[in-house]
Design a protein around this ligand. Sequence first.
Ligand SMILES: [Zn+2]
Length: 266
Amino acid sequence: MGNHLIRGARRAVWLHYLISLAGLLIWINVDAQVGSDVALTRSDLIPIDPKAYLLGQFRPDTTSDFARLPKDLANGRSVYLRTEVAKALERMIRDAREEGVHLEVVSATRSFAQQRAIWNAKFTGERLSGGRNLAKEYPDSLERCLAILKYSSAPGTSRHHWGTDIDFNSTSPAYWRTGEGLLALRWLERHANDYGFFMAYTPDRDRGYRYEPWHWSYQTIARSLLRNHYHQLISPEDINGFHGADIFRRFEWRDWYVDGVSEALR
Ligand SMILES: [Zn+2]
């Protein structure tokens, strides 16, 4: 009887150890999985009012945590990115150029106002989209919005607001089928991940914008912004103030466009 009790007690002690060990392992595992996101608290990640930041309602040239990219990397123009992103990007472009591959930034951080200017000009037909006047081609506003959304984001929903995303070389699909374009694309596909950059609009997605070989995103910061902040902070009422906004808000825009990025960035 006594032996039985002692054996039972020993078993209980062992069981207790095993459960603690399992708990510890689960804890370590969970911590490892979310490691990169855990380090990025809202105050680390977002230097200003978080809503204004995510909607692009700020000036990157006067915001801490933003830096200007050396002008020779952007064809002489002043473009801004998150400081960490700018550093990684400079290393990547210089390494590519050393290997004879042409890479330059044609678009980086864009404000809400800049995105609105692009959107509105496409909506009114002042700016052509792939050589076409969408206002003439689509008199119906809903169809016109969908046509713009093949390649352009609505203001407030663009990843370019965040300072984590860039367009390389050309936003014309035809360029990326030329010799120079293909060389750049092959290089990016082989090496960009090593510098932290991932293609946002890959050809394998089932929703969202068309394939954009030119648009790349700095994974750690951008993924955390999307997962942990954008949806929590931005509501449909924030997406406003441009032509066709009332129509756009009726689309499944979060699911389809904001979340319609490559697996690596979700
Ligand atoms: Zn882009």
